[in-house]
Ligand binder design. Structure first.
Ligand code: ARG
Length: 427
């Protein structure tokens, strides 16, 4: 392993180094494109304050671009030969440019370098989270609108409660994913500040063009105080995982519904073959494994969140402990976003058994409608409740359609106002 900080002469214990670097270089494969982008902006910034001359800037930028291409094509492999991605960039530049390459680290520390790479990575992840939750909401809303008035039973406590509709069920999930989209966007704004130029956590005796670097990287502001930068490591990650958790909570709810509704006992929904798997022993089985693993994705993020929280019990400034915020962040985002990515197509391919849904609506489920009707004629609700409870057998000539249509309180099956969700989706 090549170590950028090795001054020579010191003894470097291989086992100690392997322990400290752990899987850092491998994880940095996900950060390297961002690190290269930020390095380019840093070089430009050094050029603007005259620390690098135009030819040096040009040479460094060309080699950073070459590294980017070599990494994309697979010609350059980021592996355990390097302590991390940051060292790999410097090694590449120094190997090709000699002394000019060594100048890239002027005025920066790996402490702000890793932060800017992570910030760019998290910004992209939040953008993807917003796109995927919006696509999920769009698919759910589309299915809700297509079958808006198709009756199905509504449950509380998993006991039959009142008639509902596919529009109500899936529209409810759509609205939840819109909340998640908005949170992903808000989170992207919340973390939209540039840490680069804060160096090890105490600034540097150069008039770094921090505003210009932040602009070039598309940040809306500079994260000012170098201590604030260091203390935000892990804290921002936590917020990104919180946003992801909210989305996966909704994935879990939807997956739970599907897991119930695809059982023979309910039989409301069937999944296309590509969303099921066979059993290795029971020839009769098709199992909804995908839905179950979607349900389980929240647990992965929850575990990563705990790991992150436990790591953050630190005093101010940089500590190597902070490196351990990286694995849970990358693991949770990798897994969570891949779960979210399945929701739109899964939603569009659900098949509904309308007859089974209707058959599960029993006459007693009209009781609440009846009690509320009696209040319209002036009867106090509690008296109506008692009267209807005594005559539950008399509700057999009612239909789910009429019940739903009459439930006109805003948002209810008779007044879903799905167009409002459509507006919010497109807004
Ligand atoms: N891999 C390190 C991390 O993620 C990079 C920063 C190293 N800084 C240091 N002072 N050793 O935190």
């Amino acid at each position: 392993m090549s170590l950028i900080w090795d001054k020579g002469g010191s003894s470097v214990d291989a086992r100690v180094q392997a322990f400290c670097a752990a899987e850092d270089a491998i994880l940095d494969r996900q950060l390297l494109p961002h690190d290269i982008l930020a390095s380019r902006a840093h070089v430009h910034g050094l050029g603007r304050i005259g620390v690098l001359d135009a030819a040096e800037v040009e040479a460094l930028v060309v080699e950073l671009d070459r590294l980017s291409e070599a990494f994309e094509s697979g010609a350059f492999l980021l592996d355990e030969r390097f302590e991390d991605g940051h060292s790999a960039i410097e090694a590449w530049l120094t190997e090709r440019l000699g002394d000019v390459g060594k100048k890239v680290h002027t005025g920066r520390s790996r402490n702000d370098q890793v932060q800017v790479a992570l910030r760019l990575y998290m910004r992209a992840a939040c953008a993807e989270m917003a796109v995927l939750t919006e696509a999920s909401a769009a698919a759910l809303l589309e299915r809700a609108q297509r079958d808006a008035d198709t009756p199905m039973p509504g449950y509380t406590h998993l006991q039959r409660a009142m008639p509902s509709s596919i529009g109500h069920w899936l529209g409810g999930h759509a609205e939840a994913f819109l909340d998640d989209r908005d949170l992903a966007r808000l989170t992207a704004q919340w973390i939209d500040s540039c840490p680069l130029g804060s160096a090890a956590g105490y600034g540097v005796n150069l008039p770094l063009d921090r505003d210009g670097v932040a602009d070039e990287l598309g940040f809306s502001r500079v994260q000012l105080n170098p201590q604030a930068v260091q203390n935000s490591r892990g804290k921002y990650e936590l917020q990104v995982l919180m946003a992801l958790s909210q989305a996966l909570l909704d994935v879990r709810r939807l997956a739970w519904d599907l897991s119930l509704y695809t059982t023979a006992e309910f039989g409301f929904v069937s999944l296309p073959a590509r969303y099921t798997t066979g059993s290795s022993i029971m020839p009769n089985k098709r199992n909804p494994d995908v839905v179950e693993l979607l349900r389980a994705a929240y647990a992965v993020v929850q575990g990563a969140t705990s790991e992150l929280q436990a790591t953050l019990g630190l005093p101010s400034a940089y500590h190597r402990d902070l490196q351990n915020t990286k694995p849970p962040l990358l693991r949770a985002l990798g897994h969570g976003l891949s779960a979210l990515a399945l929701i739109p197509d899964l939603t569009m391919s659900l098949e509904f058994n309308r007859a089974a849904m209707r058959a599960a609506i029993s006459p007693d489920m009209f009781a609440t409608d009846r009690a509320v009707e009696l209040t319209a004629a002036g009867m106090p609700f509690r008296d109506a409740y008692v009267q209807v409870a005594a005559e539950l057998g008399t509700l057999g000539d009612r239909t789910a359609e009429a019940s739903n249509a009459a439930r006109v309180s805003l948002g209810a099956p008779g007044n879903l106002a799905l167009e409002r969700l459509r507006e919010r989706l497109d807004g």
